[in-house]
Design a protein around this ligand. Sequence first.
Ligand code: SF4
Length: 401
Amino acid sequence: MISCSISGRVLWVELITFVKNIAMTDQTATLLSKSDLTHSDLITLLNAQGDLRKNLFARAAEIKNKCIGNKVYFRGLIEYSNICSKNCYYCGVRRENHKVERYQLTDEEVLEAAQFALDNHFASIVIQSGERSDHKFIDTIERLLCKIKKLSDSRLGITLSMGEQTEETYNRWFEAGAHRYLLRIETSDRELYSKLHPNDSIHDFDARIESLRALRRAGYQVGSGVMIGLPFQTIESLAHDLLFLKEIDIDMAGMGPFIEHKETPLYKYTGQLLPRQERFELSLKMVALLRILMKNINIAATTAMQTIDPQGREKSIMVGSNVIMPNLTPVKYRENYKLYEDKPCIDEEAEQCRSCLEARIHIAGNEIGWDEWGDSKHFALRMPDPDKVQLVDPKSINKVK
Ligand code: SF4
């Protein structure tokens, strides 16, 4: 187990050293001053070492501060259910992993977690689940969304992450109160995608892209992202991922290192993977480059970053991330929501998790946007229809009352 509690002088010294190292050097990094980075530029920067690497991180930090400020927003994470109809080759809760005990939270457990988020000034929650598209599931989520809205008097922002659904379902859940949706493409490389998923109609690359478009049409702030360090993945492919995310014009991103799970088909390639530390380093560069390419989106500092490096999320915040997702799932279920191995914080209560993250964010020189939704500025700028924009800050609701 990786402890989430901040302990030991070594951790602090390492973090302070990291902060110092990302200060911009005097050298002018011509590449980084370009207004548009090409595929070839991105490859160069993903391979950056020495001063170029330092300048890359410094440039991303500078852009973050200038374009969205130094606030980090909390989204309380509720891992609603690990029941999934799909069989992604990399995922620990895939349908054919019969070693996992399946669960689904009760309405009361979800509402309790939502209340905790509200009481602790998180302002937003993320409800994540394995993918299901049966009527019972769709109705249950719709009902839950209404209950959460009622419980919080619409003060809690709600992000969903429940995979590919029909446009009708996306519309229903939007109308019920969800306003952000995360759907990771995992890789924008069609050939690589086919090696990560079964070759059938429910794991179709084009359908996934169409889902991202449907989410935009429904009015959501749309998030996507990729895994970094997958078997068969190249630097060229990662550079393409960045351009893909820019092209589909995402509002939010969640990216992190690939971490293998022994009960999955991809585990047999473990010997061919980059060392974990290199996957982490590449992930940091991906975050920094995405911040440079898409200056005003929200980027999550993912838990997978912390799995490899105990200060992974803080480092991610320092090079471009501005969202963090403390886990509010009841502890008894967390062991069974392991999409990958060595997931941290699986036995910490929400209160401990909050205190730990608060301290970590301050060390990273950022402050927390308590009681603020912290919606994607990118989204607000791209929406032509103001009626669809739900950028309601809870504080402004309080003022109206
Ligand atoms: S990645 Fe998502 S859709 Fe794929 S098996 Fe895991 S939970 Fe299901």
